[in-house]
Design a protein around this ligand. Structure first.
Ligand code: UGA
Length: 474
């Protein structure tokens, strides 16, 4: 944790969502004294009574380690930021109708902070915000009568992925700090010192370092505007990679090539790299769709026509329609068909269904009057809040597919890849698998004798599987 020369820093984190809760817990893990603040009393009560609220590896463990010791929870910005040297703002920044970012929650937090300031504070934007937000924050503070020099505003974007957020925080590729004063820059360096010098990883109690993680992160100091842009550009670029590979996968289907072979060839170029080249039914979640739209909106606001961002979004949305079209083709007609769905979360390792491509595909299939029984290892409860009783929920993957006309894989959970294919074949009424995430290998599907449709790979239609069980019986 903290080195001999370092002081324990008093930090407040406002917001206890995915970003705020993970940041607060990990800052406590780095040795700081942290208060996590949320205006929802029910959340704070739950956190105080030992609940974790979100599905994240290591979070439960770290919360139990620090709760009530170096990490406390509060509903009051006024009281709980009084002694803080640094205040991280990690509240929601949802999309407005036109795709731009709704900054009202950030604005209201800054207003409260302006009214309750005691001494110099560094205000850190942790929420994803568009370029120029740090100036807006400064203007709000000035309008409330706060003097220049009482506050510094820093942009410190997060690059956490849901599911691996804790290890992403503690073993980042890079830490980006956008600031315009040396005082704030020094304080930020002090906060992250155990990560910058690699000393955190050497602690016996440290969360284990993932295999591919760097020993020490790049520490990148920039202007606040550049830091804000780094966040939007990073997410837009990752979304671009996914849409690009999905477009290539679609073309592979037109010409009988195999996207996996193509990806191996592309990704082995060190300038491109193999990550984020998994073709499928597209990206979802609370970040990429929102951030691509927000980036587009801010570029438009400043008079730059970044239309490539529209294309990223268009390809992503098209990917889900293409998949439903594929289901229709594989089943001849889909009206009234019973379909088994594996996967509801927007990706594996999380219970989050926000902007989930799986949910979108299910909604399209419901429009076509399909009957759906679904299973997801973590996201069933959250999916029920969205889909309610429009679909049935199975207790395990096999129960979902019993008697179904086809099996659809919509989330890339690793455990789906080890399902017993012979059992799947016995349970399905027609031995048809449509894999929207390329979870299964061609070879195993061919051996199992299943009809197999995936993304950007040739379709497998074993001659015997064309005779659907229903047809054989009649
Ligand atoms: C993403 C970024 O990866 C994080 O760096 C960033 O901090 C975060 O957004 C954020 O802005 O808060 P996350 O949304 O958790 O993280 O999920 P990813 O792992 O990036 O996956 C996003 C979507 O892309 C998922 O739907 C996933 O299935 C899809 N995906 C990902 C693909 O379709 N293909 C791929 O090759 C990779």
């Amino acid at each position: 944790m903290l080195g001999e020369k370092q002081e324990q820093m008093q930090i407040s984190v406002i917001g206890s969502g995915y970003v705020g809760l993970v940041a607060a817990t990990c800052l406590a893990e780095l040795g700081h004294n942290v208060v996590c603040i949320d205006n929802d009393p029910a959340k704070i009560k739950a956190l105080n009574s030992g609940e974790t609220l979100i599905h994240e590896d290591y979070l439960q463990e770290l919360l139990s380690r620090h709760r009530g010791v170096r990490l406390t929870f509060s509903t009051s910005i006024q009281k709980s930021t009084k002694n803080a040297r640094v205040v991280f703002i990690a509240v929601g920044t949802p999309s407005a109708e036109d795709g731009s970012v709704d900054l009202s929650a950030v604005e209201s937090v800054v207003q409260s902070l302006a009214g309750s300031a005691h001494g110099y504070k560094v205000i850190v934007e942790k929420s994803t915000v568009p370029v120029y937000t740090s100036e807006r924050v400064q203007k709000t503070l000035a309008a409330k009568g706060r003097e220049h020099g009482e506050f510094d505003v820093v942009s410190n974007p997060e690059f956490l992925r849901e599911g691996t957020a804790v290890t992403d925080f503690l073993y980042p590729d890079r830490i980006v700090v956008g600031t315009s004063t040396t005082q704030a820059a020094d304080i930020m360096r002090e906060i992250y010192a155990p990560l910058i010098d690699g000393s955190y990883a050497l602690l016996p109690s440290a969360v284990p370092r993932p295999e591919r993680a760097r020993l020490q992160p790049m520490y990148i100091e920039t202007s606040p505007r550049s830091a804000e842009l780094i966040k939007h550009s990073s997410n837009a670029y990752l979304a671009l990679k996914i849409s690009f590979i999905n477009a290539v996968a679609n073309f592979c289907e037109s010409v009988g090539a195999n996207i996996e072979e193509v990806c191996k060839g592309i990704g082995s170029d060190s300038r491109i790299g193999p990550d984020f080249l998994r073709a499928g039914i597209g990206y979802g979640g609370s970040c990429f769709p929102k951030d691509v739209a927000a980036f587009r909106a801010v570029t438009r606001e400043f008079g730059y026509d970044f239309s490539l961002l529209d294309e990223i979004k268009r390809i992503n949305e098209q990917q889900r329609f293409r998949f439903v079209h594929k289901v229709r083709n594989a089943l001849d007609t889909i009206k009234g068909k019973r379909l088994a769905v594996l996967g509801l979360a927007f990706k594996d390792g999380t219970d989050d269904v926000r902007e989930s491509p799986a949910v979108n595909v299910i909604e399209q299939l419901l429009e076509e009057k399909c009957e759906i029984t679904a299973f997801d290892p973590a996201a069933m409860d959250r999916a029920k809040q969205v889909l309610g009783n429009k679909i049935c929920y199975a207790a395990d993957p096999y129960a979902a597919m019993d008697g179904a006309d086809a099996l659809l894989i919509l989330t890339e959970w690793k455990e789906f890849a080890s399902l017993d294919l012979q059992r799947i074949k016995r349970l399905l009424r027609s031995p048809i698998v449509l894999d929207g995430r390329n979870v299964f290998s061609h070879a195993e599907m061919a051996e199992a004798g299943l009809s197999y449709y995936s993304i950007g790979r040739p379709t497998l239609e074993p001659s015997h599987s064309l005779m659907r069980k229903g047809h054989i019986a009649s």
